[in-house]
Ligand binder design. Structure first.
Ligand SMILES: C[S@@+](CC[C@H](N)C(=O)[O-])C[C@H]1O[C@@H](n2cnc3c(N)ncnc32)[C@H](O)[C@@H]1O
Length: 310
């Protein structure tokens, strides 16, 4: 299958919102090349475990690349992306350029591989591309991933905050449902923390297939049940933990179902929420009966951990 690559040049103020906009419009494999990344140099605490290549980054502003399969792409998308960017409230758009290129399947894979390298996503978890050799330290939990067209390499703030919350709060024997599993990364992390049983669902059939492949790569395919599913709509089994890294307005739709599905003292880990939507979600959680335990913030995103109290 061939792909269409859309390249955007935007100013920094637009960056926190761009993944949200592109995800909404069905993009896969979003790559953000921020000129400021180069200035940061090598990792401090969490981040990529290799030197950044200056050739991969623009001299200024932010370059964003995203990919659509030939079946999902149409020319209207370009106008829709432009309209969404210029409709952002309180964001001054000083640069917006958009271009497209057709790329072959094999080129897409190579392009993707150029951007995905081993990196430390949290205290415990290091994410390593399945094609890379990596020598783990004793206390390191390595998650091997081939994200393909699914979201979730772990380097996006929304995913890495979830990894840190999973690491801190998910305990052996807890039952988990991972809604919007994408690459399956959060289910693999929950499995490594000893959670069982685990169910991973996604609306997107491609994500479900990619997640299954990643479960096999990480030898946990028998421990994680995978299925297509729309939020918690058809879920009947109660859980100790509900995880959802989607987008605020979608998370908002599942707050009451999460409360009803959780066991007493159960945890709801919700991410994919932009700063501006934090209050909307925490207000809804509190109204549903949750106690907000902790809120993590990074790069304009928040992840919330709430507990069901009765
Ligand atoms: C931002 S990605 C998160 C992937 C991964 N869990 C992570 O944390 O990196 C959101 C995922 O939610 C899925 N999704 C979107 N709407 C959904 C819905 N209504 N029900 C289930 N999954 C949904 C998308 O297909 C996508 O794979």
């Amino acid at each position: 299958m061939d792909y269409k690559e859309i390249t955007l040049m935007i100013n920094h103020e637009v960056e926190p919102f761009i993944a949200d906009i592109l995800n909404e419009l069905g993009a896969n494999g979003i790559v953000i090349e921020d000129s400021l990344e180069l200035q940061k140099g090598r990792i401090e605490t969490f981040g990529e475990i290799y030197e950044l290549n200056p050739a991969d980054y623009p001299d200024q502003d932010v370059r964003v690349k995203c990919y659509y399969s030939q079946f999902d792409y149409n020319d209207r998308l370009l106008t829709e992306i432009e309209q969404a960017v210029y409709s952002l409230h309180d964001v001054e758009v000083t640069r917006f350029e958009i271009s497209t290129a057709a790329i072959k399947d094999a080129d897409w894979e190579n392009e993707w591989k150029n951007h995905f390298h081993a990196f430390k996503a949290s205290e415990k978890f290091t994410v390593v591309p399945s094609w890379e050799d990596y020598q783990a330290e004793d206390d390191e939990e390595v998650i091997q991933l081939d994200p393909g067209m699914a979201f979730g390499t772990g380097d996006h703030a929304t995913t890495s905050m979830c990894l840190r919350l999973v690491e801190q709060y998910v305990k052996p024997g807890m039952s988990v449902i991972d809604v919007g599993t994408g690459s399956g990364i959060l289910s693999i992390a929950a499995h490594r923390m000893g959670a069982a049983p685990i169910r991973a669902v996604d609306l997107d059939k491609v994500a479900v297939r990619v997640a299954e492949e990643n479960f096999a790569i990480n030898h946990c395919q028998d421990a994680i049940e995978t299925d297509t599913g729309n939020l918690l709509v058809c879920e009947t089994e109660t859980r100790d933990v509900v995880i959802a890294n989607i987008l605020a307005h979608i998370v908002d739709l599942m707050v009451d179902d999460a409360f009803n599905l959780l066991n007493e003292d159960g945890l709801f880990i919700a991410s994919g929420i932009i700063d501006e939507k934090e209050k909307l979600i925490t207000d809804h959680m509190i109204a549903a009966g949750f106690k907000v335990v902790t809120v993590m913030r990074e790069k304009g995103w928040v992840a919330i951990l709430a507990r069901k109290v009765q």
